[in-house]
Design a binder for this molecule. Structure first.
Ligand code: ATP
Ligand code: MG
Ligand code: MG
Ligand code: MG
Length: 562
């Protein structure tokens, strides 16, 4: 490709709206343009990078036995009602109606769609394990879309779902994905770390986030300098806060309530009034809520909404208050604000007896709950964020802190969706069993941005070779010089023929402009064809990352840089 023919509009100025480096550089280097808040067009250079990341992702998914399919983005509300998530997903779900006034949403994720597919098509234990994935746009009406591709409202994700016969086989699928993710991010040339994360209300099961290490990362990670312990700060803090330990096992009758999610459904199940149902999602699995708050996924209004259901109140310092009190930069009020979360039980709830409350695990409720007797209202106040310098719970070593960008997450779902959506199979003995599931996501567009956060300097992007839009740029110093232009054109042809993806900067610009753009766009190699190329037969080859410059004979260039 020749620069004069390509749409790659570079900018000299740093765009005012861009706060983080990747956003600034993606705009300046002509990779993206904004259409609406959190919604971007990917220009040709960006497409090349995205396609390379996707190719690596596909190869690693396929290597583990993943099968690619493509599911719809538009999803009918019925399936979200069936899974119980239509009413709990909150304002992040983009909802829309068709001309017949039927409700739909734009998929933020695809558990419902894939579980229903598998429910219809998988009957026997012989059809598993099954690893199904797709790469497609996802839609999340993020509370605060920002940082360009880092937190978009439309973004590209690879999501794979595993279907297994039992927990042991889920472990195998999970390990395969752990390995695949490690390979993907290694091949993308990124420094990253898998960290333990909190699995929230689903409880017990494990989950890891893959974090690209970068100072601008939204997530705080704690890792041990002596052993391989690494966790995000919520996960590191929550067990240490002893939330579970602090709540003694309730001596209450636990009742299995599969699929009963909303307060109304639970009330009907037990033959009670809705007001007698305490949505203890907040109360006893407050870990999940707190983790969501720390991540900034949920805002105070939403929590109040959740609370209306259970008549519990959460008092939170507003983000602004927290920021003022702590001097925390925008976006980081979560972890520091945590200490200020206080939970108080509503008097009405406290006065209840014989209420029903969630059992802090899937599909179960407690009967005959007396909130005053059975719950301690101030538990959340005990939570304290673990900090660098404290000792590792595993080995006693010292914990270090780093910041990271979540580029992927792997998650053991267990039977959460298969039970609510009725995805079962017949085992060896002809007995019906729920399918055991896992889900595994990679933010493809976020990975492109994360690569830049980790690989840049004052002049621009420094692409890892495996995901660079082009490997090399050939720059004739003077576009007016016929000889230089011809030689540059020959080298460009030769390199492309050898498989070195090369672009020719054939613009009639001053060399300084072309060099600046080459640095900004971040091609790993810059090949300059100047007067010496004609007189002495040498071209200048400069490595973007190291700055190393080599003078190479023209006739050896193609072989050398291959
Ligand atoms: P975050 O904590 O950043 O909100 P998430 O935990 O909600 O992300 P997942 O549901 O785990 O995201 O989705 C899988 C992957 O999709 C994430 O690891 C991330 O790389 C990517 N992703 C999620 N939300 C966005 C977004 N708004 N913009 C770009 N990529 C995203
Ligand atoms: Mg999110
Ligand atoms: Mg997350
Ligand atoms: Mg995640």
């Amino acid at each position: 490709m020749r620069t004069t023919q390509m749409l790659m509009p570079t900018l000299r100025e740093v765009p005012a709206e861009a706060e983080v480096v990747s956003h600034q550089l993606l705009l300046r280097a002509g990779f993206i343009r904004k259409l609406a808040s959190g919604v971007y067009t990917y220009l040709p250079l960006a497409m090349r990078v995205l396609q390379k990341i996707e190719r690596i992702v596909r190869e690693e998914m396929n290597r583990q036995g993943g099968q690619e399919l493509l599911m719809p983005i538009i999803q009918p509300a019925e399936i979200w009602l069936e899974s119980g998530r239509w009413h709990v997903y909150g304002p992040e779900l983009f909802r829309l109606k068709d001309r017949h006034d039927r409700d739909f949403c734009l998929g933020p994720t695809h558990e419902e769609v894939i579980t229903l597919l598998v429910r219809g098509e998988v009957r026997s234990y012989k059809q598993m394990p099954l690893l199904l994935y797709h790469i497609t746009n996802k839609y999340r009406d993020e509370r605060r879309p920002r940082f360009g591709l880092m937190r978009g409202r439309e973004f590209i994700m690879k999501d794979l779902y595993s279907f297994d016969r039992n927990e042991e086989e889920l472990d195998v699928s999970y390990q395969k994905m752990h390995e695949a993710y490690t390979n993907v991010f290694t091949r993308c040339g990124l420094k990253f770390r898998p960290v333990e994360a909190d699995s929230g209300a689903i409880g017990g099961s494990s989950t890891h986030e893959f974090m690209v290490l970068a100072d601008s990362g939204e997530a705080a990670i704690l890792y041990c300098s002596h052993c391989d312990y690494a966790a995000n700060i919520e996960k590191a803090s929550l067990p240490a806060a002893g939330l579970d330990a602090a709540v003694p096992p309730l001596e209450l009758e636990q009742v299995s309530t599969p699929g009963q999610k909303s307060a109304a459904e639970v009330a009907q199940f037990f033959g009670l009034e809705t007001s007698q149902v305490i949505k203890t999602m907040i109360y006893r699995t407050d870990k999940e809520l707190v983790a969501a708050l720390v991540r900034g996924d949920r805002d105070v209004n939403e929590i109040k909404l959740l609370n209306v259901l259970g008549a519990l109140t959460v008092e939170l310092a507003s983000e602004t208050e927290v920021q003022q009190a702590t001097g925390a930069p925008t976006g980081y009020a979560g972890p520091v604000g945590l200490k200020k979360i206080r939970m108080v039980a509503d008097h009405e709830v406290m006065a209840l007896v014989n209420a029903v409350a969630g059992a802090n695990q899937g599909d179960a409720h407690y009967k005959n709950v007396n909130p005053d007797r059975d719950f301690k209202p101030d538990l959340v106040a005990d939570i304290r964020m673990v900090q660098a310098g404290e000792s590792c719970a595993n080995c006693g070593g010292t914990l270090e802190e780093a910041r990271g960008i979540e580029v992927g997450q792997i998650f053991k779902l267990g039977t959460k969706y298969s039970k609510t959506l009725g995805a079962t199979y017949l085992d060896e003995n002809g007995k019906e069993q729920p399918i055991v599931m896992g889900c595994y996501g990679i933010g493809v567009s976020r990975t492109m941005a994360a690569a830049i956060e980790q690989n840049h300097d004052a002049d621009g992007i420094i692409w890892p070779a495996s995901i660079a839009p082009y490997h090399a740029v050939v720059i004739p110093v003077s576009a007016k010089d016929q000889g230089q232009m011809e030689l540059a054109g020959d080298l460009y042809d030769q390199l492309n023929r050898l498989g070195v993806e090369t672009i020719l900067d054939d613009r009639a610009e001053r060399p300084g402009v072309k060099f600046k753009d080459a640095d900004l766009i971040g091609y790993p190699l810059r090949i300059v064809v100047g007067a010496k190329a004609l007189s002495e037969g040498v071209v200048e080859v400069r490595q973007r990352r190291s700055g190393q410059v080599d003078l190479l004979p023209v006739d050896q260039l193609a072989e050398k840089v291959k």
